[in-house]
Design a protein around this ligand. Structure first.
Ligand code: SF4
Length: 245
């Protein structure tokens, strides 16, 4: 968290969610909106390139109290448009539904960053969400190689179908690390995305300096050239490439 006006304290059991960090103002986490991002603690997966190692364990010894976050948001009414629940994996926390409801009541749009670990919970949450950024990490058969968890592909792809069919505004994005993605794998992935009629797709280059696995850092080497990117882009109504340079 990088705002001194939001204090931390020992975990309060009455807090609906455990927040490990806050970015008070950002323009890049919700399309065309000025947003505050709340990073929820805990994730059931262990992606080799994860750059949020501190958020992976379910317990944070000094979380950001929910009441401080609500105070902060109250003071920022009119200055920010949206609140984004990110992580970790925010749908891990059962209190998310209540937290979303409270933020909506304050008049903010609500964004959700998720890896789709829990499709049933995601489906229940979606009516309260205005925009979803869903990570799809690989084609189904390669999923566990990225996350380290056997059933992860089934859950993520079920979540993708739910998001696409929901009518909620979304982007589906894939983080590309050269150890985990190449042309053949991307071809499989693009076919599967097209099969479920994904329209808005983003490919983002992995920022490698903080990868969970030290041997995944400093490799660089983006595996696609301009022709590959053109071939990917033409399969989607909207496509964006986010490079690190
Ligand atoms: S799903 Fe996201 S937060 Fe969880 S390990 Fe993977 S990259 Fe990290």
């Amino acid at each position: 968290m990088n705002n001194a006006s939001i204090s931390r304290k020992r975990n309060n059991d009455a807090d609906p969610i455990v927040v490990g960090g806050v970015t008070p103002f950002t323009t890049i986490d919700y399309p065309r909106q000025l947003a505050t991002v709340l990073f929820l603690q805990g994730c059931p997966w262990r992606c080799h390139y994860c750059h949020n190692a501190k958020l992976l364990d379910r317990k944070e010894s000094i979380p950001v109290p929910w009441v401080s976050i609500l105070d902060f948001l109250q003071q920022r009414g009119g200055l920010i448009d949206a609140v984004v629940f990110s992580g970790g994996e925010p749908t891990l926390q059962s209190g998310l539904t209540d937290a979303v409801r409270q933020v909506k009541r304050m008049g903010f749009r609500v964004g959700l960053h998720t890896a789709g670990c829990y499709p049933d919970r995601l489906q229940k949450l979606l009516p309260g969400i205005d925009w979803v950024g869903l990570d799809i990490k690989a084609s189904k058969k390669h999923y566990a190689e990225v996350t380290g968890v056997r059933s992860s592909g089934e859950n993520a792809w079920r979540s993708a179908r739910i998001v696409v069919e929901s009518g909620v505004d979304y982007e589906i994005r894939t983080t590309v690390h050269p150890r985990l993605m190449d042309r053949d794998r991307m071809t499989d992935l693009v076919h599967e995305l097209a099969d479920i009629q994904v329209e808005n797709y983003v490919v983002q280059e992995c920022v490698q300096n903080n990868c969970l696995r030290p041997d995944y850092r400093g490799i660089e080497n983006f595996p696609f050239d301009a022709g590959d990117i053109d071939n990917i882009a033409r399969r989607f109504a909207r496509f964006e490439l986010r490079k690190t340079d």
